[in-house]
Design a protein around this ligand. Structure first.
Ligand SMILES: Cc1cc2nc3c(=O)[nH]c(=O)nc-3n(C[C@H](O)[C@H](O)[C@H](O)COP(=O)(O)OP(=O)(O)OC[C@H]3O[C@@H](n4cnc5c(N)ncnc54)[C@H](O)[C@@H]3O)c2cc1C
Length: 387
């Protein structure tokens, strides 16, 4: 990865990638399998990443960020994901939520939290999905009522990544009438230790170090100055940040696919069958060659989305493409790689864990169908693609 010249990765980004890669190999890779068992994101590693400037480097310098571009964040995401997709969720949450907090929050309230996120001292979840469903994202039931100088929150969020590990969450709920749709949604910054808030954790197929669960709100009181964006406009304003995380998710998953491919190319030159290395058989090499082609192309698409964002240009379509294609392609690639290792790939180890970890990204942050609707809207116009 990052070995081929490409128009998006200049010498500075290449040097950054090399630095992160050394850290990832030395510090992150050794605990990858173990964290699937312990089921926690390693806070010491999180702090180390923070100290090294690897978390939210694109966030404003006024909040402790390095003011680097989104491509720089993407390069870091790739290098951490390549050895541990789950640990790199820390980087993803920081980039997505840090941007939301910085753009839409009261600096007095969000400032200290953003600094902690960048330093690797705080984790911020994002809570949109409800038991009723996630694709119809504006159809929220969680109730946010204004009472005097605070909001009172009641209801449930579900399928929230790192729900039981987060220190704060960006929470979306309904302040408007039940019929108000996207125009009656407000976003709040919610400290997870607020009285009345509880969480649980699901049994998950993959991403076990991150974990997923519900967040229950029972008369949870949040000060008015914790609102993100305007009242009733949270959906329209704050959701724009998702275009960013979609490109990053594609890139993260493809980094895992690249790692799987690299290991598989090496393996098939060593493993013998019928008196020859496996690489002598086109039935083994051609599927890998095809996936190698597709991974290179899909990665460029993800980088293009980040480049467009850095330039302040529209990138919703590219982000939608990256989000549906990257995770699906990565899953198919890792599946093929696992099969190329024979029974050894199926044993408990990196290949099978990669396959489990990457699968959830085909659902989380929006499914392929929803992404294709996003793309269709940019092409055919929103009014012609109502859902
Ligand atoms: C690993 C993982 C992590 C997650 N992390 C978070 C998180 O941190 N925060 C959060 O808020 N949520 C999170 N989610 C929830 C995720 O965003 C939702 O699961 C997702 O948006 C889909 O919602 P749903 O599961 O309710 O499926 P539904 O909305 O019930 O959809 C079910 C199926 O129908 C399809 N479908 C629905 N509507 C249409 C349509 N109009 N056209 C075509 N097909 C359609 C969907 O594509 C899907 O295949 C996570 C999910 C996973 C699996």
């Amino acid at each position: 990865m990052n070995t081929n010249p490409n128009p998006y990765i200049d010498d500075d980004l290449k040097a950054l990638a090399d630095t992160v890669r050394r850290f990832a190999e030395d510090r992150v890779k050794p605990g990858f399998l173990e964290r699937d068992q312990t089921r926690v994101l390693d806070r010491d590693l999180m702090r180390e990443m923070g100290e090294l400037g690897f978390i939210g480097p694109e966030l404003p310098e006024a909040f402790g960020g390095l003011g680097l571009g989104c491509l720089a964040a993407g390069v870091i995401h790739e290098e951490i994901s390549r050895v541990d997709l789950n640990l790199a969720y820390i980087n993803l949450l920081a980039s997505l939520n840090g941007q939301i907090l910085a753009e839409h929050g009261d600096p007095e309230v969000v400032g200290p939290w953003i600094r902690k996120i960048i330093a690797g001292e705080a984790l911020c979840s994002i809570a949109l999905t409800e038991p009723r469903g996630g694709s119809d994202a504006a159809n929220l039931r969680l109730r946010i009522e204004r009472q005097g100088d605070q909001y009172v929150v009641n209801g449930e969020k579900t399928s929230i990544s790192a729900a039981d590990q987060a220190d704060i969450a960006v929470v979306f709920g309904r302040t408007g009438t039940p019929e108000s749709g996207a125009h009656g949604v407000t976003a709040l910054l919610v400290p997870m230790d607020t009285p009345g808030l509880t969480t649980n954790r699901f049994e998950c197929h993959g991403q076990r170090a991150i974990g997923r669960g519900s967040i229950f709100f029972e008369n949870v009181q949040i000060p008015l100055n914790h609102r993100l964006g305007d009242e009733n406009k949270g959906f329209v304003q704050v959701m724009q940040g998702f275009d960013y995380s979609r490109s990053l998710i594609g890139l993260k998953c493809l980094a895992v696919a690249r790692a799987a491919l690299d290991e598989t190319w090496a393996y098939i030159t060593q493993r013998q069958a019928f008196g020859q290395p496996l690489s002598a058989f086109q039935g083994v090499t051609h599927p890998l060659a095809q996936f190698d082609t597709e991974v290179e192309g899909a990665r460029l698409l993800c980088l293009q989305g980040l480049w467009l964002k850095d330039k302040g240009l529209p990138h919703s379509a590219e982000a939608g493409m990256a989000k549906w294609w990257g995770p699906k392609l990565a899953y198919d690639v890792i599946h093929q790689c696992l099969l190329s290792f024979g029974h050894g790939g199926y044993d408990r180890g990196p290949m099978e864990q990669r396959l489990r970890d990457v699968l959830g990204y085909q659902i989380g942050d929006g499914t392929a169908q929803i992404m294709k609707t996003v793309i269709a809207r940019t092409r055919a116009g929103r009014k012609n693609v109502p859902v």
